[in-house]
Design a protein around this ligand. Structure first.
Ligand code: NAD
Length: 477
């Protein structure tokens, strides 16, 4: 979304990149090489629908191939354009480097309103778009691996995977050509929730650091923290659900495209989501909360944490001075413009940047890709072996207690939990948690150790650009 007097999304990303690069010592020319987008392919294709030929425009942009395959979602929205796709591809490069997934950055998009088409029509359109990208190796397990983004999900990824396999019948790794597939079609447990789950793990890690909380003027744990969420789609719904159901946070407002729901006592996220599913994605008429027509005004509400999880450019130079949240976690890509970011930083607002905050999706996509290439579900070999070792320990404790007359009893629930070996979902969550904690520490180290870095975004860019530059240097650039 372009705003008058503000840089475009792509320019915003470049300006943030420039701010970080000024503080680094990169070899001449390398800075430019990392910043530029390597290539963007535009395709216009026709599909016969409802008795006439409809022409669609799509993009696949490759920002950096310092590692391959390159990785990045495919977005379906009417607003998709080359500038946006290139900005998102650049963010993917930095994101993958920050969370150490071995990918370069890419992104795709199709100018379409997915709600305007029936399921069978969307399948025809998706397969045709996929065909155009597959025949140019812009979808390929070793070269370019898409995933879901705004407007797409498991269903579209399954169609893309099937289309690739129809066109490459002897490629044994064909399923690894795309991630975010449903589990029955080569997906992995925990992928749908992964980005929202990553937001939860990121906040948990932030709240473990007293010094960082203090910078935002916050204290204590997540319990009772008041949160405003924008966008109750895949990312926003899961983040809000987990934070309210598992961490005791209160979601005081949900901002959607047709208004905002507000309740100071805390909203029931699952209930709202069910309402939206039944009412064509609308929050209107939901009986348990107050509806505010001007939804975006709630971005400026009093709260402890603001989670923009809808789209880019929603916090900008005009509304940034009125934002009251001391902590913003960017679950969406690019929700704060460069101008908005400057104002918020001057106000002392702490921003957990998108390239870190929403990296849960690409992290679990990485696990799915590895699963597809290894052709085996995680945990299948170890789970029962782990359970029998645990059983041995429990048996031994119980024997000791009985033999020595100690009268020990294991606390209720412990035995069941301890004896259960880790299945795929537990392993995915453990890998995601580890990734989010490790990446946060890498950013934080730069944030706190350098006198010239006063925000997490610049710190994140410095870590990522440093890693990408090392990859280029070892290729001889
Ligand atoms: P989605 O399509 O599932 O959900 C987007 C939600 O935002 C929808 O409920 C929509 O109604 C709402 N929305 C749209 N415009 C709005 C507006 N102007 N105001 C308020 N709400 C609005 O999309 P998603 O997959 O959840 O993606 C959301 C953001 O997260 C995007 O920026 C995307 O790039 C980013 N992201 C997604 C993933 C993923 O795994 N899906 C991973 C990383 C980043």
């Amino acid at each position: 979304m372009e705003r008058k007097g503000e840089p475009t999304f792509r320019e915003s990303v470049d300006l943030m990149f420039n701010r970080a690069v000024k503080l680094m010592d990169l070899s001449p020319g390398l800075e430019q090489k990392i910043r530029v987008c390597n290539s963007t392919y535009t395709v216009r294709f026709g599909v016969r629908l409802r008795g006439k030929i409809e022409t669609f425009t799509g993009y696949r942009s490759v920002h950096s191939e310092h590692m391959e395959p390159v990785k990045g979602g495919i977005r379906y929205a009417l607003s998709v354009n080359q500038d946006e796709v290139e900005a998102l591809a650049a963010l993917m490069t930095y994101k993958c480097a920050l969370v150490e997934t071995p990918f370069g950055g890419s992104k795709g998009g199709l100018c379409i309103d997915p709600r305007a088409w029936e399921e069978d029509e969307l399948e025809q359109i998706t397969r045709r778009f996929a065909y155009e990208l597959i025949k140019r190796d812009l979808i390929h397990p070793a070269q370019n691996v898409p995933a879901p983004d705004m407007g797409t999900g498991e269903r579209e990824m399954a169609w893309i995977a099937d289309q690739y396999m129809r066109m490459n019948t002897t490629d044994i790794n064909g399923r690894a050509c795309v991630t975010g597939k449903p589990p029955h079609a080569g997906g992995i447990q925990g992928r749908v929730e992964a980005t929202g789950r990553g937001v939860q793990y990121a906040l948990r890690e932030f709240f473990r650091q007293s010094e960082d909380k203090a910078k935002a003027g916050l204290s204590g744990g997540l319990d009772g923290k008041r949160i405003v969420v924008q966008g109750l789609g895949n990312v926003g719904y899961h983040a809000a659900k987990f934070l309210s159901e598992e961490d005791g946070c209160k979601i005081t407002a949900v901002i959607e495209r047709d208004g905002a729901l507000v309740d100071d006592k805390g909203l029931n996220i699952e209930d709202i989501r069910q309402w939206m599913v039944k009412h064509g994605g609308s929050i209107k008429g939901y009986p348990q909360a107050t509806l505010v027509e001007d939804g975006a005004s709630l971005l400026e509400a009093e709260c402890d944490i603001l989670i923009p999880a809808a789209m880019e450019g929603v916090i900008h130079r005009e509304n940034a001075p009125r934002i009251k949240a001391p902590l913003i976690i960017e679950a969406a890509n690019g929700p704060i413009t460069f101008g908005g970011d400057e104002i918020l930083r001057q106000k002392g607002c702490v921003i957990i940047p998108d390239m870190y905050a929403n990296a849960g999706g690409v992290t679990v996509s990485y696990f799915e890709w590895v699963k597809n290439l290894s052709h085996i579900r995680f945990g299948r070999m170890q789970r029962r072996a782990e359970e029998s070792r645990h059983q041995m320990l429990v048996d031994e404790l119980e024997r000791l207690s009985a033999d020595k007359g100690l009268g020990w009893t294991l606390s209720p629930g412990f035995k069941d939990k301890y004896l259960r070996g880790a299945g795929e979902l537990e392993l995915v969550r453990s890998g995601l948690d580890d990734t989010m904690r490790t990446a946060y520490q890498a950013m934080r180290e730069v944030w706190h150790s350098r006198g010239d870095v006063d925000d997490l975004r610049t710190a994140a860019y410095i870590v990522s650009i440093g890693r990408v530059s090392l990859a280029y240097q070892s290729k001889g650039l």
